[in-house]
Design a protein around this ligand. Sequence first.
Ligand code: SF4
Ligand code: SF4
Ligand code: SF4
Ligand code: FES
Length: 977
Amino acid sequence: MDDIKYSKPKHHQAHSRTSFDDQTDYGTPASQSDKTVTLTIDDREISVPEGTSIMRASIIAGINVPKLCATDSLEPFGSCRLCVVEIEGRRGYPASCTTPVAEGLKVHTQTSKLADIRRGTMELYISDHPLDCLTCAANGDCELQDMAGAVGLREVRYGYEGENHLKAEKDESNPYFTFDPSKCIVCSRCVRACEETQGTYALTITGRGFESKVAAGISNFLESECVSCGACVQACPTATLIEKTVIEAGTPEHSVTTTCAYCGVGCSFNAEMKGEEVIRMVPNKNGGANHGHSCVKGRFAWGYATHKDRITTPMIRKSIHDEWRAVGWDEAFSYAASEIIRIQAQYGKASVGGITSSRCTNEEVYVVQKLVRAVFGSNNVDTCARVCHSPTGYGLKQTIGESAGTQTFDSVMQSDVIFVIGANPTDGHPVFASQMKRRLREGAKLIIADPRAIDLVNSPHVKADYHLKLRPGTNVALISALGHVIVTENLVDEDFVKGRCEWDSFVAWSDFVALPQNSPEVLGLAMGVPAEELRAAARLFATGGNASIYYGLGVTEHSQGSTMVMGIANLAMATGNIGREGVGVNPLRGQNNVQGSCDMGSMPHEFPGYRHVSDDATRTLFESAWKKPLSNDPGLRIPNMLDNAIDGTFKALYCVGEDIVQSDPNTQHVTHALESMECVIVQDLFLNETAMFAHVFFPGASFLEKSGTFTNAERRISPVRRVMTPKNGERADGKHEQGMEDWEITAKLSNALGYDMNYAHASEIMDEVAELTPTFKGVSFKKLDELGSIQWPCNDEQPFGTPTMHIDEFVRGKGKFFLTEYVATSEKVTPKYPLILTTGRILSQYNVGAQTRRTKNVTWHHEDVVEIHPHDASERGVKEGDWVGIASRAGETVLRVKITERVQPGVIYTTFHHPESGANVITTDNSDWATNCPEFKVTAVQVSRVNQLSDWQQHYQTFSEAQLAFAGKDLEAAKID
Ligand code: SF4
Ligand code: SF4
Ligand code: SF4
Ligand code: FES
């Protein structure tokens, strides 16, 4: 008799090395019990945790029980009756998916009676199912087909002539998947996936008995509440819900595990391929961040990688008013290198710099900062985190000693109170939002601080306990007022503070927040939030059990962004909510690799691992590894590069994967700076807005075409694996060159500048990072292959990574409190600019939209609109759908209006996914006092009805049309009709 011992799944014992690539469907979820029971199944003895289903225990024991309605991502349902078993001493034939194990049970899964029951059940299913298996898109990948085979069904006695659903109409409204009800077995897996996994509740089973059917809203999927996460498609055991790409191209033949290139959740996917063609992206059930879930972007919006707009040929030109000349790689490298050498000879070393992107892999960022420091000879390297999370880096380093989130995403399942500040997880971080919603449905409390009613405020089965609807720009008032309540009402966790924090700094902080001027009654007036709500929210946070904070760019993109981050850390420390599961300070990173690009030393003052360039020991380490003298002067930040360009001292820029024209504030200032430079080198997939001002274009490779790693918001380093050949070797004349991954392009540019970077593979770059960076010491591609992903720090003490940080002590030793005096922004409303514009993102689009605009996601969002409160709209005579001019002190643009009470009176809101919207034409140069992160969230504006584009938009149309023509491309920009 075999004796089989159960091992817990990986995310519940984060340090163990269980098999991350096990794709087995165990039928029902794992039990979390620590107690085990022993039973016998088909004469095999097995020990499993109490609460495990007999089905799961059987599958662990290697015994396959037939099943249709069960899958291990969903709670058991017990509707199909295919999984029946016999239990000695018990009557009847219980469903193994809904029957838990018990000590000493003797279970039989294969008897002739069970075989009869199962065959009979399958017969009924098949009698109402199209017999088109051979031509069905799911042929070979269909659980119904598998089960018919498994139970030995050979004939259907009932015939197919009776009443059936075979003529039910297909719903093809969703751009990515179809719903063919004729194939539906009403197992309800889709409905349960939408509820349990995604938390959207878009699907229901309507009718009873024979009339039961799956319904999406009142008409179809596209018109329903569905957010196209794909969970139902994945859960469906038949071809009822199936990806259109599978219908078009057939079932995949091999699969490669990689990481989503969109947001900071960092979902793991299996790229299912046919040769070099991606057929579908399927979320990896063992992905540490996503556990098999996905959102519409990662799941479906990958078609941009082969979009016709991609530029696959290197190009050069003398002036931005010239046509581009397509050249070979060698000529492009030697031209770019000669320009850098010429410019440095003429204007000095500091006249050249580089910008990296959070869309780049860690390895790419590392080689760019190495190129700037070791070859350009300065520290003039910056990254797009400058305009998003740089205050997180500063604020968390100051207070707790490490510029990173403290938890795993799974930690939220231990939270009792969840505080979301300036973030919109359902749109920005959808997979994590689903997990958070699950915890909220279990009963955790929710506090939201946001000027706008984000979806989480009130969504199916989730309602915020407090929505603190503060005015944009008053975050620091909020955090000080909450601190005031906690201190003055004796809600401080004194044991924690005494043991873990610098007492003097705490005393100074508590004296400060206790001042009457920091009371909710005083600061509430600035925020526009009733004092009682602030007091109640503070009490809940301090006394409601494990309290965790999740925040986004609504915290950082302010003139007091760094102060607010420090205030958040103060709040967590004062209440003892840091250093264990269920609590902590969690910056939700916008892009996939914000954390990684900062870790890799892409800021002008820090080497990889956040070590200051003036630190002699660190500099010596890098000097001896790179064999080059390095500067100890912090280099230029992006805003300094732009200012210096206009002043005439900054002349050349190497910009990799970032589109500063669209994503940085005050667009006209950015374009003026670029026009002032003599050589702008852009490396990207598309001729983006910045490339229109470039002199050299290096065509980049998409995430599907390269190897490397991304680091998500939980410090989780995940592998990016090449699934297809880089397209940037494809030439219009058919004479193909060798395509290159982006790190190779940087290395070749370095070689052309006379400094050899001879890595054979991205893994060698990570080896160098590990050698030179203590927090990455234990990281390697080999270990990532073994473990699936690793949360840094990963070193001798933590060889399998660190899920929760600051457990016994803070990285800086004692936690330090900082005073958070509220200083109103200088961006004031006036009679001329009486409204505040704030910005954000939506689910279907991503950042500057360069990727998602080139996918069918435009079905949901093809233009940026401005949201305005009905009161403000009627005061201006503006109706739904009107075009309005939005004027600020920096510029003016025109957008279509959406009237909604989601925004409060006095506040308007827009997204920035489309370049022709010019959202950043109106944002100002105001920025965070510590990091220069722009104050994107607060711009004083006026709104008025107009009937033509702004001057800037008209210029943009003409200019971009000409620039695209210079590269042989069409104008894509949407026009006002
Ligand atoms: S659509 Fe698929 S998952 Fe949903 S009930 Fe029908 S067969 Fe089951
Ligand atoms: S795609 Fe996602 S949101 Fe839409 S119905 Fe399916 S599970 Fe629900
Ligand atoms: S965009 Fe974010 S949440 Fe969506 S699949 Fe990608 S990593 Fe996951
Ligand atoms: S799998 Fe158990 S009842 Fe359907």
